[in-house]
Design a protein around this ligand. Sequence first.
Ligand SMILES: [Zn+2]
Length: 251
Amino acid sequence: MVHDPDIAELRRMIEEAQRIVVFTGAGISTESGIPDFRSPGGIWTKMRPIDFSDFLASAEMRRESWRRRFGTDQTMRQAEPNRGHRAISTLVSRGKVSAVITQNIDGLHQASGVPAIRVIELHGNTTYAHCLDCAQRYEIEDIRVEFERTGEAPNCNACGGFVKTATISFGQSMPPAAMIRAEEETLAADLFITIGSSLVVYPAAGFPELAARNGAKLVILNREPTGLDDLADLVLHREIGVTLGEAVGNN
Ligand SMILES: [Zn+2]
């Protein structure tokens, strides 16, 4: 039995939904120890992010970009999916959730067991790298070994292009295929649940708006108020893992 009325309501909405889309932001991963780079006190308030055009234009900016990536590597490798990730994974395996749209770059949805094909990464993924020209994949650990040996940012073995983490940088356009899929999934959903996003970064934050305008029910789960709380059918200002875990009924 769930006695908390808000969690009971979330559970009821999940049970009644035919096709759920989950949208996640940094808040779900902070419970796994990954800092929210955009939050007050976050790394981007102390260190200016490297714009994509600077990465392309300057060998020093490419080296700096890789130094920063290796600086966060231990945090990234130690982070494990938490109860919130596991609850979402359970809903995917039950056939309730058709897609997980995420602003996160940490790969923790896949690590929690969500098939990669069901995860739509709007900001890419920092757990591997790729060539900006031919898309050849590279592993971070291999790049680190080479970087420590040469002190130079990596170029592609196949085509000579710049190799970069598979993330979307500031000044880099959103990945078109991911954006199209995210829109299609949003329009097909009858319940849209946003989790751990302040819903201020566009175009990503447009998806919950689109879902609501299209007639889907909208749930917002975030510790702090968001820009779209007024639009939602259910708003939960709570911890994510415990709330989702209780709503889904797993640990
Ligand atoms: Zn290449």
